[in-house]
Design a protein around this ligand. Structure first.
Ligand SMILES: Cc1cc2nc3c(=O)[nH]c(=O)nc-3n(C[C@H](O)[C@H](O)[C@H](O)COP(=O)(O)O)c2cc1C
Length: 166
């Protein structure tokens, strides 16, 4: 039996939890990072293996891009619209176009040839670019940020019970 820790964690919080859960099963687990590249279908998970798949929620939904090759998401169809488009981080003049943000994320919202150009329709507002930028150049509009902070405080103030989908 093998343990797989399959994780999408743009700013590291989900990974911390996934690592703890995985270690609860065994110190020996294979880590598959979905943050930088899509799931490689060459990995074959056998019936007696355990796969711990962890993905954060944005705007009340799991980003489909993160899990599209692994599992069929439960929930309503059509898939809930993404309502965080206004939270797209923008580069400030500290950006030196190093391109790290464009290479370290699979959705392709930031163009490698011109990292100052962001495709808002592809951005999932996960804040990975803010987290990894060595120049601390990516910023979210302060007013929108305080609005989102208030909304998240209320959404996250109560414990959510686990749900089991089989
Ligand atoms: C734009 C945005 C929207 C979010 N929406 C939700 C949400 O609807 N529900 C929730 O529980 N958490 C929400 N969060 C919180 C993230 O799920 C949380 O920060 C998570 O730890 C991020 O994972 P990471 O640290 O692995 O990147 C949101 C975060 C951001 C940046």
């Amino acid at each position: 039996m093998k343990i797989y820790n399959i994780c999408f964690s743009p700013t590291g919080g989900t990974k911390k939890v996934a690592d703890i859960v995985s270690r609860g099963f065994s110190e020996q687990f294979e880590f598959i990072d979905l943050t930088e590249k899509s799931f490689d279908n060459n990995i074959s998970i056998k019936p007696d293996d355990i796969a711990i798949i962890s993905v954060p929620s944005y705007g009340g939904r799991v980003p489909e891009v993160a899990v599209k090759n692994i599992m069929k998401l439960e929930g309503n169809r059509p898939y809930k619209n993404f309502n965080c488009v206004s939270m797209v981080p923008k580069p400030t003049n500290k950006c030196n176009k190093c391109g790290l943000c464009a290479t370290k994320f699979p959705v392709g919202a930031i163009y490698i040839n011109n990292p100052k150009n962001v495709d808002s329709s592809k951005c999932i507002a996960c804040m990975r670019c803010v987290y990894i930028c060595p120049q601390f150049s990516r910023k979210v509009n302060k007013v929108l940020l305080s609005g989102a902070t208030l909304a998240l405080k209320s959404v996250c103030s109560e414990r959510k019970e686990c749900e089991l989908f089989i």
